[in-house]
Design a protein around this ligand. Structure first.
Ligand code: PLP
Length: 436
């Protein structure tokens, strides 16, 4: 039960804020530190949502806070279009060095993941002088018009918002837990790649396609890890046809999967990468980085914006790269992921309604079903009940997935062992007590 300040504020939120803005919990936050959050009534929560994956280095990391404070006293904003500042170059250097590929690389900054995706596609179109884009079923790339057209889920992301951006084609993504009827999970890579070839033959033509955009692990789609060989298969098809391969690491990057990038698990060298979320420790910053000739292909002034690459956000990002090195965040994340994996696998063994336990590193999830044989998704009301139980018992946890039946973990990778175990135990109790 919420105490009075939270309740009052919740009522005000209902009155003042657009109902189109999702509310995964009813927590009103006062402050946060590493993986702990306190609400306005002083109630403490373990945070398994991490600002939807934007806080891999923990809430209010002292280095991030100090960097922002120092920068705020010097320069808050000029717009990079008007006057340049060194922080921008420092983070470009870090980012281009961090992404795979031995070719010349460049980067450009924006404010949100959606903006990064939008601009990566624009750059690919300018570079190739082609108009088509391939994305995948169950994908999520953002909420702007181009991004929502790229998304592979109609409701609620696209519904009512047409007409959509043109010449976007969806190909199937290999979702091993839910393969198409008659297709064995072990044949999914081959199946999806041949379906993609069919899209390139029947829906459009390869020489008309500018870009292919893919999440190396689907985020909002429910932490779906593509079957082995799928991403390398895309790389080959793109190479064959001169299509720009955009890897969207907005949610999966920055140590979330046990490697710095999720694409590293399959050794993918992308043409462009989109990043956001944990890039700047909670500050709004995103980027497109990759092949210099693609970054240079659009006309001067056609890409950018007033706030893109804000000095405060860049100061935070610089601190984030240092924290990754000093605190070995990637290894820490892999350890967190292993602890979560063991508990989630045990949940799958124990509970009749935990159909799948999957993920990479700390990007882990369980998919809840009414029946393990038919895989009928657990009804939304039941999933909500489990999430509410977690919230009442001091855990912030969020869902995802095509059927909104996937519980996913996006906790800071810096979370302490005791807190991690406490959060996992809250999930276990919720699964035990909220019987479907
Ligand atoms: C893979 C991916 N791409 C793009 C986005 C859009 O980012 P933003 O919400 O910052 O616009 C998200 C957000 O969850 C994402 O997970």
């Amino acid at each position: 039960m919420k105490t009075s300040i939270s309740k009052t504020l919740w009522q005000e939120r209902e009155n003042l804020v657009s109902k189109a803005s999702a509310a995964y919990t009813s927590v009103f936050i006062d402050k946060a530190k590493n993986a702990t959050v306190w609400d306005v009534d002083g109630k403490e929560y373990v945070d398994f949502a991490g600002g939807i994956g934007a806080i891999n280095t923990g809430h209010c990391h002292p280095k991030v806070v100090a960097a922002i404070q120092e920068q705020a006293g010097k320069l808050i904003h000029t717009s990079f279009h008007v006057a340049s500042y060194p922080n921008y170059l420092d983070v470009c250097r870090e980012l281009t060095a961090a992404i795979p590929g031995t070719f010349a690389k460049k980067a450009i900054f924006f404010n949100s993941g959606s903006e990064a995706v939008e601009n990566a596609v624009k750059l690919a179109k300018a570079y190739t002088k082609r108009r088509g884009v391939i994305s995948f079923t169950n994908a999520f790339h953002g909420r702007t018009l181009l991004c929502l057209t790229l998304n592979g889920k109609h409701k609620p992301l696209r519904q009512h918002f047409g007409p959509y951006a043109g010449e976007i084609y969806h190909a199937p993504f290999p979702y091993a837990y839910r393969p198409p009827v008659g297709v064995d999970a072990k044949d999914l890579t081959e199946h999806c790649l041949s379906e993609l070839e069919l899209v390139l033959r029947l829906e459009t033509a390869p020489e008309d396609v500018a870009a292919m955009i893919v999440e190396p692990v689907q985020g909002e789609g429910g932490f779906v890890v593509p079957t082995p060989g799928f991403l390398p298969g895309l790389r080959k098809i793109c190479d064959r046809h001169g299509i720009v391969l955009i890897i969207d690491e907005v949610q999966s990057g920055f140590g979330r999967t046990g490697r710095f990038w999720a694409m590293d698990h399959e050794g993918i060298v992308p043409d462009l990468v989109t990043v956001g979320k944990s890039l700047a420790g909670g500050m709004p910053l995103s980027a497109v980085a990759g092949r210099a000739e693609i970054l240079d292909a659009a006309p001067v002034g056609s890409i950018g914006g007033t706030y893109g690459g804000n000095p405060l956000a860049l100061a935070a990002a610089k601190a984030v790269f240092e924290i990754f090195r000093e605190e070995k965040i990637v290894a820490a994340g892999a350890r967190v992921g292993e602890t979560v994996r063991k508990r989630f696998d045990a949940f799958k063994d124990e509970f009749s309604f935990v159909g799948d336990s999957r993920g990479l590193g700390a990007m882990r999830a369980i998919e809840l079903v009414a029946d393990k044989k038919t895989k009928t998704p657990l009804p939304a009301a039941k999933v909500k009940e489990i999430l509410h139980h977690c919230e009442d018992n001091g855990l912030i946890l969020i869902k995802a997935g095509a059927y909104d039946n996937v519980l996913r973990t996006l906790m800071p990778l810096t979370i302490g062992e005791e807190e991690l175990e406490r959060g996992l135990s809250v999930i276990e109790t919720a699964l035990r007590e909220v019987k479907p």
